[in-house]
Design a protein around this ligand. Structure first.
Ligand SMILES: Nc1ncnc2c1ncn2[C@@H]1O[C@H](COP(=O)(O)OP(=O)(O)OP(=O)(O)O)[C@@H](O)[C@H]1O
Length: 227
């Protein structure tokens, strides 16, 4: 599903470049639940943004769903993103002026889905996440945990194949964090959604089946799976 070959990312710095990612080779199969870990500044968010089609690599090749991402037109890349990718941010990134209902509905509007189908999809997700009673509230009227539930609801409403989550529980206390992680586990195991999360938390990483570690922009060799 995801294949990075010799991917690097750099930014111009003075007369040279600063490399944030170097020589990344990574394959993630459909149905995996992967955690990206590493020290602050090691390039985790940058890698996740590249995987989620929010940023482009400077070097190397990225194939997503067997398509060479960098060779696609901007329009096709946007379509790929809207059809198959859900993104969850640490700081929620909900739209303050929209209600919970409207926030969750947004990706379906972008997809051009009919009014009736939108209604039924949003109703299903509100129900599943137990937030029906909050549907007319604005993000500022919710707790952090509830805002992140809405963030995840918005990420999955269009039924993506993969969710990329950037420290999804970074702003939450532990009970709320567990609720979000349990939800990811269910989405992965029951619905078969591939999940790739950036996390500093070993406890969160335990929910996944594989840990990928970055250090100074390099990928560390992965431990062989236990037999
Ligand atoms: N637009 C940019 N221009 C220049 N440097 C950048 C840019 N974006 C990120 N960087 C640098 O890339 C490095 C990696 O950043 P990144 O956010 O990927 O790290 P991270 O591992 O996610 O860190 P954290 O755990 O603190 O969130 C940092 O040193 C950062 O300053």
């Amino acid at each position: 599903m995801i294949q990075l070959s010799n991917v690097a990312k750099y930014y111009p710095a003075g007369f040279g470049r600063t490399y944030v990612l170097r020589n990344i080779n990574l394959t993630i199969n459909e149905g995996e639940f992967v955690s990206i870990m590493g020290p602050s500044g090691s390039g985790k968010s940058t890698l996740l943004h590249i995987l989620g089609l929010l940023e482009e690599p400077s070097e190397g090749e990225y194939r997503f769903l067997d398509q060479p991402v960098q060779k696609l037109s901007e329009k096709r890349r946007t379509e790929l993103h809207r059809s198959h990718i859900g993104f969850v941010f640490q700081a929620y990134h909900l739209i303050d002026e929209l209600t919970v209902y409207e926030n969750i509905e947004t990706p379906l509007l972008y997809k051009g889905m009919s009014g009736n189908e939108r209604k039924s999809r949003v109703a299903d997700v509100l129900d599943r996440f137990n937030i029906v009673a909050k549907k007319d509230l604005f993000p500022s009227q919710l707790s952090g945990g509830q805002q992140q539930l809405v963030g995840v609801a918005r990420a999955i409403v269009a039924q993506p194949k993969v969710i990329f989550a950037d420290e999804p529980t970074g702003n939450l206390h532990s009970a709320q964090a567990i609720e979000i992680m349990e939800l990811f586990r269910e989405l992965n195991q029951k619905d078969g959604v591939t999940i790739v999360q950036v996390t500093h938390s070993e406890a969160n990483a335990e929910y996944g089946s594989r840990i990928v570690r970055l250090k100074d922009g390099w990928l560390e060799p992965e431990a062989a799976p236990a037999v």
